[in-house]
Design a protein around this ligand. Structure first.
Ligand code: IMP
Length: 433
């Protein structure tokens, strides 16, 4: 059992393969706690050979001794939550006694989904490319101080009725010709509340007790740093703090509780939805990465945009999150390429840029500056030690570490849990010792 509480989060634009890394580390922790996002996240797992996608519940739920937490920073669509719980039950996995949900978490209402779709349509060409799950509008209501929380569904009925009525009226004023009735929504919330009641608790208090008893907690991020509402490629971001700051606000734990931060990055780069992706590839090479990396969204099935590894992005993530190490995933996807590229900066109209800019206009017309290295013909797939990697792949990883300013403690060489290198001299090995 680990003695250190760690955060595991995405260092690029999401879909870095956090799921596999979290699964692999989970046996070393008592508790896995999600701190932000909602069912926009998707994490594919295989249970008894059957494919299953978890969106809200940490995959730690598949490990019988682990307690899973959904923090106050998460936005919850009760129907999506129940669907996941029911599917787990069908596979013989019960969440009872092992799933705790923050009573302060906000709820995604059916009309949040509608508003998400409407808002995207209104933006036209400037659309974000959201997952249409109502995530943004739910966080808007939270920040606008009119959101409905889990505890509101469990307490004073008259107060809830008033809140729902107010919210629905406000929504009807926004959406032309809308005459949504508050009553069915109110009834649905009451029913959902009753089902959630056994899991709802003060998760901050629970975590404080766990940590006091010396039990280790893993804080699991969804989406990623470049999709963070404050530090990502705004406005092409999600509406929560996916970077490390979200751990404290999204779970009610103090900064000192976080003993280590592990960033997860692919050996190349992908992104779903709109927004800048300076190293984006097109044509045969993009297709090659997409097919061999199976780069299709776990939540929406959308094809992911693919590009070379961008060290500007990962260096930025290392700074924002104070990354102690990287878990580098999908190295095997690059197997067989003649050359591999690492982006170290961008050539722009205003000169060379090596720090990720706040104003995305600085990236308009930017050309990535690449270091080209020889690829490798001997597969890395399935390697479990660095020495098993072909020399060219070892050189690629070493250079990537140098330009990103952070070491790769874990290297994933395939989707199976066994296809992983954990460097014995790394900080991660120390955490798990
Ligand atoms: P939203 O989170 O649905 O509002 O979408 C905002 C942006 O974040 C869009 O570009 C989405 O494609 C992206 N996004 C949201 N969740 C994920 C994820 O789990 N992986 C990758 N991208 C995501």
């Amino acid at each position: 059992m680990s003695k250190t509480n760690i955060a595991v989060l995405g260092a690029q634009w999401g879909d870095e393969g956090k799921g596999k890394i979290v699964d692999m580390l989970t046996p070393h922790f008592s508790t896995v706690a999600r701190y932000q996002g909602g069912h926009n996240a998707g994490h594919t797992v295989y249970v008894q050979g059957k494919k299953f996608v978890l969106h809200l519940i940490p995959s730690g739920i598949l490990h019988p001794k682990v307690t899973c937490i959904i923090g106050n920073g998460v936005v919850i669509d009760p129907q999506a939550l129940f669907k996941e719980i029911d599917e787990l039950a069908r596979m013989g996995i019960s969440v009872d006694g092992r799933l705790l949900i923050s009573e302060k978490a906000h709820v995604i209402l059916p009309y949040h989904r509608e508003l998400d779709v409407l808002s995207e349509a209104r933006r036209g060409e400037r659309k974000i490319g959201t997952t249409s799950r109502g995530i943004g509008p739910a966080y808007e209501d939270k920040i606008g101080r009119r959101g409905i929380r889990i505890c509101d569904m469990l307490g004073d009925r008259a107060a809830l009725q008033e809140e729902v009525r107010e919210n629905v009226n406000a929504r009807n004023r926004i959406i032309k010709d809308s005459t949504l009735d508050w009553k069915p929504l109110f009834d649905q919330l009451l029913a959902s509340g009753e089902r959630i009641r056994p899991w709802a608790t003060d998760v901050s208090l629970f975590l404080a007790q766990q940590m006091k008893e010396g039990k280790a907690v893993m804080f699991e991020g969804a989406q990623a740093t470049l999709l963070d509402i404050d530090h990502g490629t705004y406005p092409f971001v999600t509406s929560s703090n996916a970077s490390v700051g979200g751990v404290c606000t999204g779970l009610g734990v103090p900064p000192r509780a976080i003993g280590g931060v592990l960033g997860v990055a692919k050996a190349y780069t992908t992104r779903v939805g709109e927004g800048p992706l300076p190293t984006e590839l097109s044509g045969a090479l993009a297709d090659r990465l997409r097919e061999s990396g199976q780069e299709y969204g776990a939540s929406t099935g959308r094809p992911r945009r693919c590009g070379w590894y961008d060290a500007v992005v990962v260096r930025y993530s290392a700074r924002i999150n104070g990354l102690d190490a990287l878990a580098l995933t999908k190295l095997d996807v690059l197997d067989g390429l003649d050359d591999v590229n690492i982006c170290t900066g961008y050539k722009t109209a205003n000169g060379i840029v090596t720090e990720f800019p706040a104003d995305l206009r600085a990236l308009n017309g930017a050309t990535p500056i690449y270091e080209t290295m020889p690829g490798w013909k001997t597969p890395t797939k399935g390697a479990t030690t660095v020495e098993q990697l072909p020399p060219e792949a070892q050189r690629y990883v070493r250079r990537l570490e140098e330009v990103s300013g952070v070491d790769c403690a874990i290297i994933s060489t395939g989707s199976d849990r066994a296809e992983t290198i954990v460097r014995p001299d790394s900080v991660v090995a120390g955490w798990l010792a």
